[in-house]
Design a protein. Structure first.
Length: 122
């Protein structure tokens, strides 16, 4: 039986947050939801196996979330950026993330990211 792993999603858009939660639940993961950096800090724990974060949020960016994850959990926890911004706006920030998924994204894109970073072990 597969252990239900916890995935942190940091997203200030309620519709996108709900879609991420539904996708994760449908795939058998436990979504841990945060609407911003401060809430993410409060919810992050050693049981988080992967993070999806928005880039543009009030007061903080996805880079701030990534830095906090790296500080608390190290480099072993993949951090995936979810963004509608183009490369010109993100400049060097893109390479700070393990993967970038462009908004709007599909169930399959999220599923592929999870399969890549958290392969099912038999």
């Amino acid at each position: 039986m597969r252990v239900r792993e916890k995935i942190l999603v940091v997203e200030d858009n309620p519709a996108t947050l709900r879609m991420c939660a539904a996708t994760l639940e449908a795939m058998g993961y436990i979504p841990v939801l945060a609407t911003g950096w401060l809430e993410a800090v409060q919810k992050v724990g050693t049981d988080i196996k992967m993070v999806f974060t928005d880039y543009c949020m009030p007061h903080w960016t996805g880079v701030d979330v990534r830095d906090m994850i790296r500080q608390k959990l190290g480099k072993s926890v993949p951090v995936v950026l979810l963004t509608a911004l183009d490369n010109e706006h993100l400049e060097n920030d893109l390479k700070k993330f393990d993967l970038v998924i462009r908004k709007p994204f599909t169930f399959q894109e999220m599923s592929d990211a999870l399969a890549h970073f958290l392969p099912i072990k038999n």
